[in-house]
Design a protein around this ligand. Sequence first.
Ligand code: SF4
Ligand code: SF4
Ligand code: FES
Length: 224
Amino acid sequence: MKEIVKILRYNPQVDEKPYYQEFEYEYREGMTLLDVLNYIYEKVDPTLSYSYCCRNGHCGLCGVTVNGKAVLACKTPASPNSVIEPLKNIGIVKDLVIDRDEYERKLPKLRLFLERQWGPDYEPEKIGMVEFEKFKVASRCVQCLCCVSVCPEYRKNPHLFDGPMAYVLEARHYYDPRDELNRSIIFFNSQGIERCTECGLCSKVCVHKVDPAGIIKSIKNANK
Ligand code: SF4
Ligand code: SF4
Ligand code: FES
């Protein structure tokens, strides 16, 4: 069965502005959006640019906006007459490829590694179940940037507010009882976490149920 998909195209080297292009593809039962993009690239237009690697929700590279919703293309079923656009709030390299470097430039200042001067007093080192559970949930983040693309506060103030993904990555270390850095200072002094309005949009789009809004709220409450 033939279906139609509309894709926002943009090559900053040659196009004055983005434009929509329609493609026809052969629909198969169980097809994902990533299968549709692969079909178009392989059989219709090899100039189409998009990103992916794992095909299974783990690499975080295939985020796109479909019919206005931020999703992972490899985990989203294809549906008739979809409109596919790049993730929002982030610059475009070409077509559906976003400029991940633009966001990732924020990350080195966050010291996203275990900060610890001394080793444990005894081994194996024990970590409480409550802290471990919080650490585990934050560690599910695959850095897909879907949450950043829907965050209204990041859209307004990208230089004053680091966005939900950065807070989730920092939270992994904040919840890790082995970490010795005062991460509250980073959250509040350089990341602008207090600007989060707790609208919850970031949590709604997270495929891995990380709940960035819940994590941000609990950090804000713990530091009141
Ligand atoms: S918190 Fe969820 S939506 Fe945000 S980057 Fe991580 S996996 Fe993606
Ligand atoms: S809850 Fe906060 S971080 Fe999440 S989308 Fe809303 S303003 Fe952004
Ligand atoms: S291809 Fe890796 S998350 Fe979709």
